[in-house]
Design a protein around this ligand. Structure first.
Ligand code: PFF
Length: 465
């Protein structure tokens, strides 16, 4: 009944709700949103920093249990209510906790896209330098540090990337971009595969392969769990309202369990490929130097240029690699920004034009702070972090756990596991129903509370990051 009402409301509001062309279209769209800088830039540096194989193992376990349950929940809630997060929570209640649950999910992408665009700017800069034939220059030891500490230059490339994103939103050519990315994504996989093989076969690289693939419990710390969980949210686009929105576009015939599995496999395969590209290179080119392993956000920009500089056709490979990464970044940034725009449209009643401008302003404001945070604003530290790291930490380690907890509470206390199961069973048998119930009721809340306490403890200096 509720669904019929909400659908009618949407129809009255402005035509039928957009829908994916079919099951495959849906899986590709979700995979397109999932695969981005998170896989290629973020995953390898976290794996390098937080324990290698033990990080990978923690990530895989969390993804298959907790991540799986949350994707199913968000998608089912989206399809059930035919609403984005604020509306979906609002369907079940109007009091403050419901508003809070909806809004926290909706605000997260608005805070991610600015700093995401700063990294996007770094990618554009590297692409530009490869096009100019600067393969050797980019591979120099302090090149990256010099580049980002020149805040104005980083700001310039960030603004260029943001302009691209906002222009696409204005032009409304999202569909076209998605179509292009369907061709480029497989290309990225093929290229990544070759670079990974090259990287793994460098002298000394084997130690890196071992470090990345074989769990060593000595490298375990609480931050391994915190970082792995934050990364799982980030990479699979969980706890940021996106899957509610995508779920609201699908029909009853989409097998939610199967599509979840497909997206998880694809997303993880690309992240692992990126790990195999980057981590062995750290060992081959800097002998597993702990400082390089802990380089953080800059890792991809330090090691990949060294790989390319050492190989034949390095310039061509550099151009192709950064072009494909740029594409993955643009499509992801567009879907993040699009989610913000639609929240402004739906909840504030702004026109699309005005909503896009507002989103653009948010990107420029927060993004500039992040871009300049390594240069003129480098005296600013928030909780001991640079501005960019702070936004990353705020969203991934603090806000997303709260957003995920809101979804857990909504599912277990308000909607009920039974109704979610009915929603899933509309298309197919719910094979992991029992496990799903266990994950949502016990595992997910426990994991979330662990990550929240650990994040807070690390901010207070009780545990080291
Ligand atoms: N999952 C993306 C990544 O790993 O880069 C980040 C992201 C993109 C999240 C788009 C959400 C989204 F809508």
């Amino acid at each position: 009944m509720r669904k019929e009402e909400s659908t009618k409301h949407l129809l009255q509001k402005g035509g039928s709700r957009s829908a994916f062309s079919g099951k495959l279209g849906y899986v590709l769209a979700v995979a397109g949103s999932a695969v981005g800088l998170g896989n290629i830039w973020r995953f390898p540096y976290l794996a390098a920093k937080y324990g290698g194989g033990i990080f990978l193992l923690t990530y895989l376990i969390l993804m298959l249990t907790f991540g799986y349950a949350l994707i199913v929940s968000e998608t089912a809630l989206g399809r059930m209510t035919k609403r984005s997060p604020v509306g979906a929570f609002g369907t079940f209640g109007k009091s403050i906790p419901f508003r809070f649950g909806g809004w926290i999910n909706a605000v997260i992408p608005m805070l991610i896209v600015p700093y995401y665009s700063v990294i996007g700017g770094w990618v554009v800069k590297y692409l530009f330098e490869y096009l100019r034939g600067g393969t050797k220059t980019l591979a120099q030891d302090d090149y990256f540090a010099g580049f980002i500490s020149n805040g104005m230059e980083a700001e310039f490339w960030f603004l260029l990337f943001s302009l691209l994103v906002v222009a696409v939103l204005f032009a409304g050519v999202k569909q076209g971009v998605e179509r292009v990315s369907k061709i480029m994504m497989p290309l990225l996989v093929i290229l990544a595969f070759f670079v990974a093989v090259y990287s793994m076969t460098r002298p000394g690289a084997l130690a890196g392969v071992k470090y990345f693939l074989i769990p060593n419990f000595e490298n375990f710390s609480w931050m391994t769990v915190v970082a792995a969980m934050g990364q799982m949210f980030y990479s699979l686009s969980i706890a940021m309202g996106i899957l509610y929105t995508y779920g609201s576009y699908i029909k009853e015939d989409v097998d939610i369990e199967k599509s979840t599995k497909q997206v998880e496999v694809f997303d993880t395969a690309i992240a692992m490929l990126a790990g195999l590209m980057i981590i062995p290179a750290v060992f081959a080119f800097s002998g597993g130097d702990p400082d390089t392993l802990k380089a953080g956000p800059s890792l991809m920009f330090i090691t990949i240029p060294k790989v390319f500089a050492s190989m034949g056709f390095g310039t061509g490979a550099g151009i192709l690699f950064f072009l494909l990464v740029l594409l993955a970044a643009v499509t992801s940034a567009i879907s993040l920004a699009e989610s913000g725009v639609s929240t402004f449209e739906d909840q504030l009643g702004f026109s699309r034009h005005k909503s896009t401008l507002l989103m653009g302003a948010v990107i420029v404001l927060f993004g500039s702070a992040s871009a300049l945070g390594f240069g003129v604003l480098d005296f600013v530290t928030l909780l001991g972090m640079s501005i960019l790291d702070f936004f990353d930490f705020l969203t991934n380690s603090l806000m997303m756990p709260v957003a995920a907890l809101s979804t857990c509470v909504l599912v277990t206390r308000v909607v009920g596991l039974k109704k979610i199961a009915q929603e899933v069973e509309q298309s197919s048998e719910f094979k992991r129903k029992k496990m799903y119930g266990f994950f949502m009721r016990y595992l997910a809340p426990v994991c979330i509370l662990i990550i929240l306490f650990s994040s807070i403890a690390s901010v207070l200096g009780w545990i080291t990051m």
